[in-house]
Design a protein around this ligand. Structure first.
Ligand code: BDR
Ligand code: CA
Length: 323
């Protein structure tokens, strides 16, 4: 079993990724750190507690609150994609008696901030720890600044972020997680530990359709699928209205799927750089991925270039249905 720490900005696809992680026995989720991104860090933290209340895992991971803003620039959020609460507006849902369907959690947080919490987990598990980042990389950059020696012991970092041979989703060239804090991302790609970047090139090939989710729920109306429907409805509306399909991209669940089963993604070694200065290109991830140029660059990370989308969706449902 792999020890895992998830760092998340707790939007809708983050929630689906956390459901997948918590329901997969290959992963022991040691902790969850929150960061501002899709939504401010207060909401992101409340959302993680709500997700844990909904899943009710046998061993509840500790939660640490993280950075309120990116390292050097103002926060950009995505409430128009993930809802005002960051979780598809599930906080507005009511039971027939009028009580909130998803009330505020009564669980608390660890006393450490996210960066210190990450360092602590690396200290505990060393090379046995996989860090999965599903949001801007602010907490991880801060952990590296505070204690690079300990952070160098981490087993690996799996990063949802970037866009290489496809358009960005926040600017024409930049993916959201990298766009929000490019300075943090630039530090992580240069940090000398094993890491894999899972960009839009692959995550936009993995689509959960509303029809499939409704069919799965109709044949198995479990609480976890009910929660999945509740959180993803607003996010699916966004994709229907803006991207031309009634469903949603599974960015963050694809990243967790890779931690469970390496064979769902194909990766190549690459020299990745993050543009931090460009007037039009800030947050762009740059790498020469032409196969005929392989071997000519200094490798600083693996980049996912291919995905078995069907297997990611099958994995997602098989794990949730087994809960
Ligand atoms: C990434 O940005 C966020 O909106 C999603 O949760 C995902 O982590 C996709 O660009
Ligand atoms: Ca995310």
């Amino acid at each position: 079993m792999k020890h895992v720490l998830i760092d998340t900005d707790a939007g809708v696809d983050d929630a689906l990724a956390i459901l997948l992680a918590l329901s997969s026995r290959e992963l022991a989720i040691e902790g969850i750190a929150t960061v501002a991104g899709n939504i401010d860090v207060e909401h992101a933290t409340a959302n993680v507690l709500t997700i844990l209340d909904a899943v009710f895992p046998p061993i509840r991971p500790s939660v640490a609150r993280g950075a309120e803003r990116p390292l050097n620039r103002p926060l950009v959020t995505a409430a128009h994609v993930h809802g005002e609460d960051g979780l598809g507006n599930i906080t507005t849902l009511r039971r027939p008696d009028g009580s909130p369907k998803y009330p505020s959690s009564r669980h608390g947080l660890v006393s450490l901030g996210a960066a210190e919490f990450i360092i602590d987990e690396v200290r505990k598990h060393g090379p046995g720890l996989t860090l999965i980042t599903l949001g801007p990389l602010t907490n991880v950059a801060e952990a590296i600044r505070l204690n690079p020696e300990t952070m160098r012991r981490v087993g690996e970092i799996i990063i949802m972020g970037g866009a290489f041979r496809t358009y960005g989703n926040t600017s024409p060239v930049a993916e959201f997680n990298i766009f929000v804090d490019p300075d943090a991302a630039a530090r992580i790609v240069e940090f000398d530990v094993p890491k894999t970047v899972v960009p839009l090139d692959v995550t936009e090939q993995v689509i959960l359709t509303r029809t499939e989710l409704e069919c799965r729920y109709a044949s198995n109306p479990s609480p976890i699928l009910d929660f999945t429907r509740d959180v993803s409805s607003f996010y699916m509306d966004f994709h229907r209205d803006n991207d031309g399909f009634d469903g949603c991209y599974m960015h963050d669940p694809t990243t967790v799927a890779f931690a469970i089963d390496r064979s769902v993604l194909m990766t190549v070694p690459a020299e990745v750089h993050v543009e931090c200065k460009g007037e039009y290109t800030a947050g762009m991830t740059v790498a020469d991925l032409r196969p005929e140029r392989a071997g000519r660059y200094r490798t600083n990370t693996e980049v996912a270039v291919g995905v078995d989308a069907g297997r990611v969706i099958d994995l997602f449902f098989s794990r949730l249905l087994a809960c």
